[in-house]
Ligand binder design. Structure first.
Ligand SMILES: [Mg+2]
Length: 281
């Protein structure tokens, strides 16, 4: 059981956690091999046999998540191909209720994703998830995925948080282990990242079946306790009221080439002022 009186910040993964991983699994296992086979005159099976080892070799690296990397590697417009099947993008059940409950309790909701900006924007466009988040942090801004300790150090610099009072929900076991190594105290895995496949083995981590499992209550006394704790100035990420942000600005700042190191520091600084909450595009 989570004790919400001890949690000031909630970090949330996107693919497989807030969103159904069915889209991504279908995209990489079915759609990309199909288009690759068409392009090269191969059977679907031959395309898979060629592609899957290449995919596996990049797992856990920032390249694996980079739309532009795969576009260059495969000679396919990966962003365009994603748009072809974007009707499969879906928010997991009870996610929005959970995010709004956190908002009611004044707990900052921070999306931490390895997804490339182009994937992120497509998914925000489809789901309007940004209307229910306080900050979005894209690992490509830091050029390191969540699997690496450097990611958490960068995150700490951008949105200071107390690891002992932070919850991370993520469907990736390597990411959860990385967060645990960093000192994040409250960790939950996801039992059904892909709604179309059997439950996942979540290893040593407690897992949620859906967000009802960790839904905080709205009891007044709990809220009062939380608010007094949240006043500790060195514990909180910046409050939502101090960070009015605009999804349109986010697009401009983030929709770039993840391999472009030039101007990275400047972009990170600008990104500090961007947000997902506020006006729609
Ligand atoms: Mg994930």
């Amino acid at each position: 059981m989570l004790d919400w009186r001890h949690i000031d910040t909630v970090l949330l993964d996107m693919d497989g956690t807030l969103l159904d991983l069915h889209f991504d699994n279908h995209f990489w296992r079915e759609h990309v091999p199909r288009r690759y086979a068409e392009k090269h005159g191969l059977s679907l099976e031959a395309a898979r046999a060629e592609l899957f080892p290449r995919f596996r070799s990049a797992e856990g690296t920032i390249d694996w998540y980079c739309v532009d990397y795969w576009s260059a590697q495969l000679g396919l417009d990966i962003a365009m191909l994603k748009a072809e099947v974007d009707h499969l993008i879906a928010v997991h059940p009870h996610v929005l209720e959970f995010l709004e409950r956190l908002a009611a309790l004044g707990i900052p909701r921070v999306l931490v994703t390895n997804a490339h900006h182009k994937s992120l924007m497509l998914k925000l466009d489809r789901t309007a998830l940004h209307d229910h988040l306080d900050h979005i942090v894209c690992a490509h801004d830091f050029r390191v995925p969540k699997e690496e300790q450097a990611f958490w150090n960068h995150l700490q610099n951008r949105h200071p948080f107390d690891p002992s009072r932070t919850l991370l929900v993520d469907d990736s076991l390597p990411v959860l282990r990385s967060a645990r190594d960093y000192g994040i105290a409250h960790l939950r895995a996801v039992r059904h990242p892909d709604s179309r496949t059997p439950p996942k083995d979540t290893g040593e981590f407690e897992a949620i079946t859906d967000f009802r499992d960790i839904m905080p209550s709205l009891r007044d006394e709990e809220r009062g306790t939380r608010e007094s704790q949240c006043e500790a100035p060195n514990r909180r990420v910046r409050s939502r009221s101090n960070a009015p942000k605009n999804r349109g600005e986010l697009r401009g700042a983030r929709d770039d080439d993840c391999r472009d190191a030039g101007g990275r520091a400047k972009q990170d600084a600008r990104a500090e002022e961007k947000s997902v909450r506020g006006s729609k595009p």
